[in-house]
Design a protein around this ligand. Structure first.
Ligand SMILES: *[C@@H]1O[C@H](CO)[C@@H](O)[C@H](O)[C@H]1NC(C)=O
Ligand SMILES: *[C@@H]1O[C@H](CO)[C@@H](O)[C@H](O)[C@H]1NC(C)=O
Ligand SMILES: *[C@@H]1O[C@H](CO)[C@@H](O)[C@H](O)[C@H]1NC(C)=O
Ligand SMILES: *[C@@H]1O[C@H](CO)[C@@H](O)[C@H](O)[C@H]1NC(C)=O
Ligand SMILES: *[C@@H]1O[C@H](CO)[C@@H](O)[C@H](O)[C@H]1NC(C)=O
Ligand SMILES: *[C@@H]1O[C@H](CO)[C@@H](O)[C@H](O)[C@H]1NC(C)=O
Ligand SMILES: *[C@@H]1O[C@H](CO)[C@@H](O)[C@H](O)[C@H]1NC(C)=O
Ligand SMILES: *[C@@H]1O[C@H](CO)[C@@H](O)[C@H](O)[C@H]1NC(C)=O
Ligand SMILES: *[C@@H]1O[C@H](CO)[C@@H](O)[C@H](O)[C@H]1NC(C)=O
Ligand SMILES: *[C@@H]1O[C@H](CO)[C@@H](O)[C@H](O)[C@H]1NC(C)=O
Ligand SMILES: *[C@@H]1O[C@H](CO)[C@@H](O)[C@H](O)[C@H]1NC(C)=O
Ligand SMILES: *[C@@H]1O[C@H](CO)[C@@H](O)[C@H](O)[C@H]1NC(C)=O
Length: 701
């Protein structure tokens, strides 16, 4: 008897459900996982957390395409359907807009930034004073120069990369996926003639929940606790990778610390850079211009340093992680101080650093020096000599070397970390007299276009690789000057100097490989046969540190193999010998590294041209000493860590209104209770309902 009304209720419910299932099947059709996205992730240092994150189950908001700053009114106050997911073109990705959104984050679920192929006039999400807390200038060393008081190096910097956002921020490519999202917005969410848009609305959901919170000390502590728990799960990892270094005369790698009667000229450049979004840094001017120039200089010095070796050794150093408070250089200096490197600081004769050199105005190249250490007369004399060596090395080159002419500190540079430890004569080369010429410092737009890298339209990829661009000519002039000055500085034979010339062809191939296509025949011929390259530039974000050499970043490995190829010797060793050269009488892994490379692509048949290269090129750890010392609140050393995460995704779908959703939920709950009731009723009356089934069984006996 009681069954009759519940049957009615059930049928009613089924009808309600049908209706709702219909609308959600529309949503199913529009459900799109957006693939070409990069999130902004959380990074932590000694005192702060920066970057972005979503809640653990992702943040969903109704899409609003922002047209202008004034248009923020809709998502931030007027719009009736918060939270909103703000989609903006990168021209609107400004500090002012992002801070307004941050201030009203209860009404904003997240932000998606469309990165266009064309660069804006200028954009730098970095700070105005990069690495200001970990350079040499401080209250105790040139206080007037500390915190960019005298020269603001990156005046365009808006600091967004160092802000914290408690909502997800993703980047989107300007492609058909983004078109689909915008179309969905136009079809469903557009406010026309002041009428409010009707449900269902088009929504975007972003997942980027981050495991680490607060600061590095906190997350490292949690990492430790996790060691003892059953389910080991780290929450953050230190940033870092490996430095690449090589010398013109080999060092026995087992003999560390001070070397008597040894004096070394260091030539340095940085490898990495960063941008707002996780791993899309490009660094064309920021780092590539400098390290390519140094690689080309190393090649130019190969033959002359063998035929008439200079008195001092030359050490080429390529530092990783410099963008994050000088991880690489601070580690090498630390190792030198602790006797854990092949030389120590007293062996350092002088240092030439190649900074941002790709955007010269005319022929001018500036020689930046440190006014504080130059107050010491003997250092000042050595710096003057270094400057003279550089200024007299430009015969036949379109480069004029000038000192900035004002009392000005060093720009952000690895040299600062050496000066922090010891007074060393040094010069930083840069294309800027004071503020950077780079309009895109620390951003995604510091790319090939920023270096004016253009190829004629009708060239194939292979032809582009060989095409000597004007950028390559200009950089190879700088490389020639650097090589000659290094040779003089190391006490080389003056009569040889003008025979030293960098090869513009090599420079153009490197520019193509690091800024256009890593996967090209020139790179491939110089890397291990099993190494894979992408048809895009390598990634210039330092990423998280691995203790294993084998896990070095692709960029680091490419630079290591190129340095080996450009400074080393091709041998006739077989693959097995290359792996175990110590078995041979004249080879030693203590003195050299041995690299098995693919060789030039065979033009005929299946024969391959693999070969073994011997070079005094090595990698050394670029992990901040703060992590070895377990000083996670260190003020001297980089403390940057990257949070871990489980899941990163962006998806788009239609949402029904809140009311409708609540109704669906209500109906669902009603169905649950009804079925529970029905089950209860059936089990109570089971003997009545199923009596006819039992009877035959009981009749069996
Ligand atoms: C943040 O929002 C509050 C009101 O919620 C407003 O008074 C304040 O001026 C805003 N701050 C900024 C920086 O926009
Ligand atoms: C900047 O330097 C000038 C002197 O060069 C000094 O008077 C001023 O106090 C400094 N400002 C800061 C913020 O340190
Ligand atoms: C950590 O990073 C924040 C944001 O850039 C900065 O303000 C702070 O000074 C840094 N802390 C240290 C110890 O460098
Ligand atoms: C976008 O275009 C690519 C090819 O260019 C295609 O494979 C993909 O399916 C398209 N995606 C959408 C959502 O239309
Ligand atoms: C909005 O107004 C314009 C003219 O003012 C009209 O052409 C258009 O159809 C209107 N759109 C809607 C959705 O009412
Ligand atoms: C946690 O484990 C890692 C690797 O197993 C080890 O290197 C580290 O020292 C451990 N930490 C502590 C505090 O035991
Ligand atoms: C390198 O140094 C180690 C330790 O001093 C020594 O045993 C080894 O023979 C040296 N190797 C060469 C090739 O000189
Ligand atoms: C490309 O076009 C230029 C003229 O625009 C011509 O001089 C050159 O030979 C062409 N190169 C090839 C490979 O077709
Ligand atoms: C490799 O070259 C050296 C001379 O450079 C020669 O003595 C040696 O026999 C060669 N080895 C092989 C395997 O060809
Ligand atoms: C450099 O690489 C090229 C291409 O693989 C090879 O032909 C050449 O012998 C190598 N030279 C050295 C010194 O490694
Ligand atoms: C390919 O050319 C090389 C010389 O360039 C030659 O030594 C080799 O025998 C040739 N291989 C075949 C399969 O023709
Ligand atoms: C290439 O040739 C060398 C001998 O010249 C051989 O040891 C190696 O296995 C070959 N590699 C491939 C990938 O065929």
């Amino acid at each position: 008897m009681g069954l009759v009304p519940s049957k009615w209720v059930l049928m009613l419910l089924v009808c309600w459900l049908c209706k709702n299932v219909n609308s959600s099947s529309v949503a199913q059709k529009i459900y799109v996982v957006v693939k070409n996205t990069v999130p902004c992730v959380r990074l932590l240092n000694a005192t702060h957390q920066i970057g972005c994150q979503s809640s653990i189950s992702g943040d969903t908001g109704v899409i609003h395409v922002l047209e202008s700053e004034a248009d923020l009114e809709w998502p931030l106050s007027k719009g009736p359907n918060p939270p909103y997911m703000v989609l903006l073109e990168s021209s609107l990705f400004t500090r002012s807009i992002m801070m307004k959104i941050k201030n009203a984050s209860s009404r904003v679920a997240g932000v998606a930034v469309v990165i266009p192929t064309m660069s804006p006039p200028e954009f730098s999400p970095h700070t105005t004073c990069p690495n200001e807390n970990t350079g040499v200038y401080s209250d105790s060393y040139g206080p007037d120069y500390a915190h960019c008081n005298t020269t603001v190096w990156n005046p365009r910097g808006n600091g967004l990369s160092y802000e914290e956002f408690d909502f997800p921020v993703f980047s989107l490519k300007e492609d058909n996926e983004t078109e689909t999202i915008k179309q969905c917005y136009v079809d469903h969410n557009l406010v026309e003639n002041g009428t409010t848009p009707q449900y269902p609305l088009c929504a975007l959901q972003l997942f980027s929940h981050m495991s680490a919170v607060t600061d590095t000390a906190t997350c490292m502590r949690r990492n430790d606790v996790i060691n003892f728990s059953i389910n080991p799960e780290m929450v953050c990892d230190p940033l870092g990778d490996f430095n690449v270094w090589g010398t013109i005369r080999p060092y026995n790698k087992s003999e560390l610390g001070h070397r008597d009667n040894d004096s070394v000229v260091i030539a340095a450049a940085r490898l990495d850079s960063r941008a707002f979004f996780w791993d899309v840094a490009t660094g064309a001017e920021g780092s590539v211009s400098g390290f390519i120039t140094l690689l080309a200089a190393a090649q130019a010095l190969r033959d002359v340093t063998r035929e008439s070796p200079p008195t001092h050794n030359i050490l080429y150093a390529f530092f990783q992680g410099e963008a994050f408070d000088y991880i690489g250089s601070s580690r090498m200096v630390y190792d030198m101080e602790k006797g854990k490197f092949v030389i120590d600081l007293n062996n350092v004769h002088s240092l030439i650093e190649v900074g941002q050199v790709g955007l010269r105005n005319g022929s001018e190249l500036f020689l930046h020096t440190d006014p504080v250490s130059r107050m010491n007369d003997s250092i000042n004399d050595q710096v003057k000599k270094l400057v003279t060596n550089l200024q007299s090395s430009n015969a036949g080159m379109n480069v004029s070397l000038v000192e900035p002419g004002v009392s000005q500190p060093l720009p952000p540079s690895s040299l600062q970390r050496f000066l922090l430890a010891q007074n060393i004569p040094g010069v930083v080369l840069g294309d800027h007299r004071s503020a950077f010429n780079n309009k895109y410092y620390g951003s995604y737009y510091d790319n090939a276009a920023n270096l004016n890298l253009h190829y004629p339209d009708n060239l194939t990829t292979e032809e582009q690789l060989e095409f000597v661009t004007e950028t390559a000519m200009a950089l190879s002039d700088v490389a020639t000057v650097v090589a000659r000055a290094l040779y003089k500085q190391a006490g080389g034979n003056e009569s040889q100097v003008n025979n030293i010339n960098a090869d513009p062809k090599t420079v153009t191939q490197m520019l193509f490989g690091f800024l256009v296509h890593a996967n090209n025949s020139w790179f491939q011929a110089r890397i291990p046969p099993d190494m894979k390259l992408e048809a895009s530039p390598p990634n210039f974000y330092v990423g998280i540190a691995s203790p294993l050499l084998a896990h070095a970043k692709t960029l680091t490995k490419i630079v290591q193999y190129l340095l080996a190829n450009l400074t080393g010797t091709a041998t006739n060793l077989t693959q097995d010998q290359c792996k175990k050269p110590d078995d041979l009488p004249d080879e030693s892994e203590q003195m050299h590294s041995y690299f098995w490379i693919r060789g030039t692509f065979p033009t005929n048949g299946t024969a391959n041209n693999t070969l073994c290269v011997r070079a005094s090129v090595r990698m050394s750890q670029a992990l901040s000493p703060a992590f070895d010392l377990r000083e996670f609140a260190s003020k001297t050393y980089s403390t940057w860590t990257e949070s871990r995460w489980k899941f990163i995704e962006a998806r788009m779908f239609l949402v029904a209104s809140r009311d409708l959703e609540m109704l669906t939920l209500g109906v669902g709950v009603a169905v649950l209770f009804t079925s529970l009731l029905v089950t209860y009723f059936i089990s109570i009356k089971a003997d009545v309902l199923f009596s006819s089934v039992r009877e035959p069984a009981s009749a069996a006996y």
